[in-house]
Write a protein that binds this ligand. Structure first.
Ligand SMILES: *Cc1c(COP(=O)(O)O)cnc(C)c1O
Length: 356
C-alpha cells in the first residue's frame, strides 16, 4: 500500500528520480563509483552542474542577463546574503511580512542596516497576504515571500515597482510559470520542490550586483560564486545531482505550465472538500490560498481529532500535521505529488464525516 507523502519539507520527490539516484549512488556514469565520492571538478560532475543550470534556465526561460547558482546554507543563509549584496549603508530595504520566513529575512536586513516592514498580516496569524502598501521606488530593494509554507498563503500577483524586487520562492518555485525579468533576485531552498536539502537555488540579475558599497564576506558575495560557476568551494554535490534529475523529470512532464495545471487541479480538489465538508475549515483567506500547502482545522477538535488521526494513519497519509503555530492539518502538494494522494486524503475526510 502506497504511503501518501504530504510533508512540508523535506518533501516528496518523483519516484523515477529515486530509482535513478539509487543506481547512481553505487555506479555513476559507468565509473564504478558513487556520484558522491567523485571530484566535483571531474568531467562527470561538471556535466551534472552544467545540465542543472541549463535546465533551470530553460524551464523558467531565464534571460541571459541573469546568473543561476547552486549554493549552500539554505534559504536562511540568503536572508543575510541578500542584505549584504543589496542593502547600502545609506539605503533602505522594504519587506512584506507574510510569515515566519519573511520576518526572519527582515531580521537579517534590520541587523545590517535600514530595513522596514511595509505591511504585515501578523495580527491575523498570517492568514492573508497584505495588498495595500506602497513600495518606495528608490528603496534598495523590496523583499517578499511568494509562498508561505507554514500558513498556506501564496502571492498570486507580484507588486509593480521600480525598486529591485527580491523574492524567497523556496516552497513554490517551478510550481507555476514565472516572469524572471521582473525580479532582481530569486532564491529557493531545494528541499521543497527541487531536490534534497543541501542546495539553494539562486537566480540573480548580474548588473544588480556590486552596488551595496559594503565589504561582503567572500562566501556571502554572489560575485564570488558567479565567477567560479558555483564551484568556489565544494558544492552540495548530492543535492545538485538529484535536483538535476528532478528538473529532467519536470521537463519530461510538460514543464512549469503543465505542473501549474496539475497543482491547481490538486489544490481545487482539496479546497473544495475543505469548504464542503462540515467537519473542516480552511485557515487561509480564500483568494490567497496556496496551491502548494493547504492548511485546515477540525471544527470540533476535541470530538473528532482522535478518529481523524486514526483514519489517516490507516490510509498511510504521512506528514499532514499542521505547523505548531497554526495547528490542525497541513497538506503539502508539491509538484511530485500525484492526484491519487489528494484523493486518498479526501477519502479520509469523507470517512470522518460518515462516521459521526
Ligand atoms: C523552508 C523555507 C525556508 C527555510 O529554508 P532553509 O533552506 O531550511 O533555510 C525559507 N523560506 C521559505 C518560504 C520556506 O518554505
Amino acid at each position: 500500500m502506497k504511503t501518501h507523502n504530504f510533508s512540508a519539507g523535506p518533501c516528496i520527490l518523483p519516484q523515477e528520480v529515486f530509482k535513478e539516484v539509487s543506481e547512481s549512488l553505487i555506479n555513476f556514469d559507468n565509473l564504478g563509483l558513487s556520484v558522491i565520492e567523485i571530484s566535483h571538478r571531474s568531467k562527470s560532475f561538471v556535466a551534472v552542474m552544467d545540465e542543472a543550470v541549463a535546465l533551470v534556465r530553460e524551464q523558467l526561460q531565464i534571460p541571459d542577463t541573469y546568473e543561476v547558482l547552486f549554493l549552500q546554507g539554505g534559504a536562511s543563509m540568503q536572508f543575510a546574503m541578500l542584505a549584504f549584496n543589496f542593502l547600502s549603508e545609506n539605503g533602505k530595504a522594504q519587506y512584506l511580512d507574510t510569515g515566519a520566513w519573511s520576518s526572519k529575512a527582515y531580521k537579517e536586513a534590520a541587523g545590517l542596516g535600514n530595513a522596514e516592514v511595509l505591511a504585515s498580516s501578523k495580527e491575523a496569524n498570517y492568514n492573508f497576504i497584505p495588498k495595500d502598501y506602497e513600495i518606495e521606488d528608490d528603496a534598495d530593494y523590496f523583499h517578499c515571500t511568494s509562498n508561505n509554507t507554514i500558513y498556506g498563503t501564496q502571492i498570486k500577483k507580484f507588486p509593480q515597482t521600480e525598486a529591485p524586487l527580491i523574492c524567497d520562492m523556496s516552497s513554490d518555485i517551478f510550481s507555476r510559470p514565472l516572469d524572471v525579468s521582473k525580479f532582481d533576485l530569486i532564491y529557493a531552498g531545494a528541499q521543497k520542490n527541487l531536490g534534497p536539502a543541501g542546495a539553494t537555488l539562486v537566480i540573480v540579475k548580474k548588473d544588480a550586483l556590486g552596488r551595496s558599497g559594503r565589504y561582503i564576506p567572500t562566501m556571502l558575495d554572489y560575485n564570488t560564486h558567479i565567477s567560479k560557476g558555483s564551484m568556489f568551494n565544494t558544492p552540495p554535490v548530492f543535492s545538485v545531482y538529484v535536483s538535476m534529475l528532478t528538473l529532467r523529470w519536470l521537463k519530461a512532464n510538460g514543464g512549469v505550465e503543465a505542473a501549474q495545471k496539475r497543482n491547481e487541479e490538486k489544490a481545487a480538489l482539496l479546497y473544495n472538500e475543505i469548504d464542503r465538508n462540515p467537519f473542516f475549515t480552511g485557515t487561509a483567506a480564500v483568494e490567497d490560498r496556496s496551491t502548494m500547502n493547504a492548511c485546515f482545522l477540525l471544527n470540533d477538535e476535541a470530538a473528532h481529532k482522535e478518529a481523524f488521526d486514526a483514519i489517516i494513519a490507516e490510509k498511510k497519509i504521512y506528514g499532514v500535521n499542521g505547523h505548531r503555530s497554526v495547528g490542525g492539518y497541513r497538506a503539502s502538494m508539491y509538484n511530485a505529488m500525484d492526484l491519487d494522494s489528494v484523493v486518498a486524503l479526501l477519502d479520509c475526510m469523507k470517512e470522518l464525516e460518515n462516521k459521526f
